[in-house]
Design a protein around this ligand. Structure first.
Ligand SMILES: [Zn+2]
Length: 234
């Protein structure tokens, strides 16, 4: 979710990857209420724009690409943080004040201990520390904040990396965060990513999730994937 002023022009989506797009991406089923938006700041992106996957029940649609954020920050009820790397939390607070003051922030305890209580990254601690009163820390293998949303622990990229599984009307979508940092990892899960906290554990997690998503025919989308196009594994 993006704390952006409305009305700012955004660039056109980048071209998709060579992977197959999910045939259901354009009409991906909506959730029962509200808008689901998952995003990250993109390094080098124009100010005021972000990459999002937004699913809007009222419009019965899911769109991916560059958008501007028009909803008042105070209207956001829940924020899911896939992990606590700075490019995914740089908007979490401004001058010590949470950007989404009324939202519960879902964060795996392992990342909170590593980056906020610990000293792994001062910049992350400054940005996420102000969420202490709004953080909804969860532990263990998985948690279901809503009947349509399950967060699953997939450590390796960071200690608390999680995958958000959205399910509605018999279809699903996996928001994989940086479990897959680049589409190339879909074909080469054992290639090392320089940002992984534990390279062996990250590779094992990628291998496991590839099998899981392929078996369940679940499209996935990664916040660093070109154009944020959902990918259905062959
Ligand atoms: Zn990351």
């Amino acid at each position: 979710m993006c704390p952006l002023p409305s009305g700012r022009a955004c660039p056109a989506p980048s071209t998709s990857t060579g992977c197959s797009r999910s045939p259901s991406a354009a009409s991906w089923p909506p959730t029962s209420a509200g808008t689901v938006s998952c995003s990250t700041w993109a390094a080098g992106s124009p100010r005021g724009c972000c990459r999002t996957v937004s699913c809007r029940p009222s419009a019965n649609s899911c769109r991916c690409g560059w958008t501007s954020w028009a909803a008042p920050p105070g209207s956001v009820t829940d924020v899911v943080l896939s992990h606590l790397h700075i490019d995914h939390v740089g908007w979490a607070s401004t001058s010590g004040v949470p950007t989404f003051p009324r939202a519960g922030h879902h964060i795996h305890t392992a990342d909170w201990k590593h980056y906020v209580d610990g000293d792994a990254d001062d910049a992350v601690r400054r940005k996420v520390g102000p969420l202490r009163d709004t953080a909804l820390l969860w532990d263990g293998d998985s948690v279901a904040p809503f009947d349509w949303l399950r967060l699953v622990h997939a450590p390796g990229h960071t200690p608390g990396t999680s995958v958000a599984l959205i399910e509605s009307r018999g279809q699903s979508l996996a928001l994989v965060g940086d479990l897959f940092h680049h589409p190339a990892a879909l074909d080469h899960p054992h290639w090392r990513c320089g940002f992984d906290w534990d390279t062996q554990q990250a590779a094992a997690a990628r291998t496991e999730w590839l099998e899981r998503l392929r078996t369940t025919r679940t499209p996935l989308v990664g916040p660093h994937f070109p154009g944020l196009e959902p990918v259905m594994l062959r």
